[in-house]
Design a protein around this ligand. Structure first.
Ligand SMILES: [Zn+2]
Length: 658
């Protein structure tokens, strides 16, 4: 009797949150259907059709969106000390539905404690780690990763036993000398601690290593080979017949696992498409996230899922390879990787957009796809940690109003070199907005990192590559008047290039910039103006907190546009106006012949939408400012639509077989 009464009281207890009407994919439980997900006390309380809204304190409609277990990225790099090519975890992964990441061996037995204290313990993302067999971990000085005397299996295993809840395995990577010693030491550590080993190990002809021996003799069942889809680490397919190699089938049968490990050099369209055509998908879709992959290749788990889907994988299979599979690979299933009742409520909510999308591989060739996954909301342990559209926020009750968009006037006299030089890049037909000058439709020829000519109708034959910017707005590279980006020294900061260049920002003012962070940044980083920044200079106010709440210079511009501020005025506030306070940098905010080619291209994307405002309220917008191309010193740093990239089937450059 008493027990019955208690049960009734418990069931009357409302849920904290119900996500209603999403397409739930939970491969571990065989679910792929429209369902509701209820969360209570940070845990999954129930997954079922038609959970009544009255049973919950809060209800959010996620109709038309996918709802899956929080995604697991098996291969990331988030420890900054020693290895500078790493990213900050929360802002880099939470917006893409990822709630658990595994740092793939940046730290070793000697510096793991520092990694734990500075990054892991502070992150909202669940950060797990593979310990490097090299006690000093990864290092910018790669020769330090070759020191066999620093590969101590007992020390690595002891560290794993000390932190069994965080350290999920061993990593060996980047070993340059010939032979198997690094692999053998890593496997020995894996044996001692009874954990899997992840290998990043090349098989060049002079390495003394070959795929067959590696996957059939050196690796144990459950060990993971990452970088599956480059052609330097494992020979998945025969370069002569295109068929999957027999030892790959054998290895898979033995239980050896293959992680995608996309990264900056390990996803090539010919390898990936041959492997997928041969029926050899990766087991897991790790990204190998670092500064060399996050920005220009736009790598994240939703992106690796999108790429495999473009090669024929179903969305359900892609979700399995980003949830249950990696969770099992690190022996954390069913604690993570599923929406099973009672599990911690880590949830990804994302959309599948239809359109034309450029998916970029590691040598910057594109595959044009018609579907693209994009993160909408991320829940970590029951808490909403990312909310792209502000779905969970109170409405600001605003009505957006747009000023008329800029229209090109008559073309000014041509500027710059008039000889028949060959441009590296020719940007054609953009509407060029330069504060203080008339807006005009102009072509811009770039070579040697500089703007060489600005004129109407420059023939495309004068360029190695021409991109058509018809319908887009071209501006000088923008200046962000205030951001917190020194992530080497301050955990509150974000990775500067990633957060700036994709918004057209090529110069950032951060008073706390140090020479080290200035040196490693592609963006021009400015430690501080001599005079105060003008009040109307645009600033993103970026830091770890605001970045997840949607802050960016792009959002600042979008909000102004929707308050009726003319786009030309917005551009002035991010170029000429802040530049006036920075006299030590006379080229900033200018787009002229013979100056460095720092420039940005924007699309004004029409259509009603909502975004989180800086006041943490859901703000209605009628159009969005979207940066589609950023050049820094003439190099393409960001190219959302792949305007400067070639379709891989028509491109050369893949001749780098062993
Ligand atoms: Zn890696």
């Amino acid at each position: 009797m008493l027990l019955l009464a208690w049960t009734a009281a418990a069931s009357a207890q409302p849920y904290d949150l119900v996500l209603q009407g999403g397409r739930v994919i939970d491969p571990a439980n065989g679910i792929a259907a429209v369902m509701d997900v209820a969360i209570s006390g940070g845990k999954i309380a129930r997954v079922a059709a038609d959970i009544p809204g009255r049973d919950s304190r809060r209800v959010l409609s996620v109709k038309g969106l996918y709802v899956t277990p929080g995604l697991v990225d098996l291969h990331t790099h988030v420890y900054t000390r020693g290895r500078t090519a790493t990213v900050t975890p929360d802002d880099a992964v939470l917006p893409h539905g990822v709630t658990t990441i595994v740092d793939a061996g940046v730290s070793g037995a000697r510096n793991f404690d520092d990694f734990k204290a500075t990054i892991i313990d502070r992150a909202r993302t669940r950060v797990l780690a593979l310990i490097n067999i090299v006690a000093g971990g990864m290092n910018d000085d790669i020769a330090k990763e070759y020191i066999v005397a620093d590969m101590d299996p007992a020390a690595a295993a002891a560290k794993i036993r000390q932190y069994p809840s965080i350290l999920v395995g061993v990593k060996t990577a980047h070993f340059g000398p010939p032979g198997w010693i690094a692999v053998e030491r890593a496997v020995a550590a894996g044996r001692l601690a009874d954990v899997p080993v992840m290998l990043d190990s090349s098989v060049y002809s002079n390495s003394g290593r070959d795929t067959r021996t590696k996957v059939l003799e050196k690796m144990r069942p459950g060990d993971i080979h990452t970088h599956a889809y480059n052609d330097h680490q494992v020979e998945i397919t025969s370069r002569f017949t295109g068929k999957v190699q027999p030892w790959m089938w054998e290895a898979r049968k033995r239980g050896v696992l293959f992680d995608l490990g996309h990264g900056g050099g390990s996803f090539l369209w010919p390898v990936a498409s041959a492997a997928m055509a041969g029926g050899f998908p990766p087991d897991t879709l790790g990204t190998d996230l670092h500064t060399g992959s996050i920005l220009s290749l736009r790598v994240n788990v939703l992106n690796t899922m999108t790429k495999l889907m473009a090669l024929g994988m179903s969305v359900e299979d892609a979700v399995a390879r980003a949830t249950v599979n990696p969770a099992k690979a690190i022996r954390r299933f069913p604690a993570i990787g599923t929406l099973g009742e009672g599990r911690e409520a880590d949830i990804a909510v994302f959309e599948m957009r239809q359109g034309v999308f450029a998916l970029v591989d590691s040598i910057h060739k594109k595959l044009t796809a018609t579907r693209n996954l994009a993160g909408v909301m991320t829940i970590r342990a029951g808490r909403i940690v990312f909310d792209r559209d502000g779905l969970s926020l109170e409405s600001a009750g605003n009505s957006p109003s747009l000023a008329p968009l800029p229209r090109p006037g008559p073309a000014p006299p041509p500027e710059g070199d008039s000889g028949e030089i060959v441009f590296d890049l020719l940007l054609k037909n953009g509407t060029v907005i330069r504060p203080g000058r008339l807006t005009a439709r102009l072509d811009i020829g770039i070579s040697g990192g500089k703007v060489r000519r600005i004129a109407p109708s420059i023939p495309a034959r004068f360029a190695k590559l021409a991109a058509d910017l018809d319908g887009y707005y071209l501006t000088p590279g923008l200046i962000d008047a205030r951001a917190d980006v020194n992530n080497m020294d301050r955990p509150s900061a974000v990775t500067v290039d990633h957060h700036s260049l994709r918004h057209g920002v090529t110069a950032v003012v951060d008073p706390a910039s140090t020479p080290a962070i200035v040196r490693r940044s592609r963006v021009r980083l400015i430690a501080g103006p001599r005079s105060p920044m003008p009040a109307d200079a645009l600033a993103s106010g970026l830091d770890q907190t605001t970045a997840l709440e949607g802050a960016s210079l792009g959002r600042t511009m979008t909000l102004l546009l929707n308050q009726g501020v003319p786009f030309e005025r917005i551009v002035a506030r991010a170029t000429r106006i802040p530049a006036a306070a920075l006299p030590d940098f006379p080229n900033l905010g200018r787009l002229e012949a013979n100056l460095p080619a720092d420039l940005a291209v924007f699309e004004i994307v029409p259509g009603p939408a909502t975004i989180p405002g800086p006041d943490r309220r859901r703000t209605r917008i009628a159009a969005r400012v979207q940066c589609i191309l950023t050049l820094r010193n003439g190099d393409v740093a960001w190219d959302l639509h792949g305007l400067t990239l070639r379709e891989w089937t028509q491109a050369g450059g893949y001749g780098s077989y062993k």
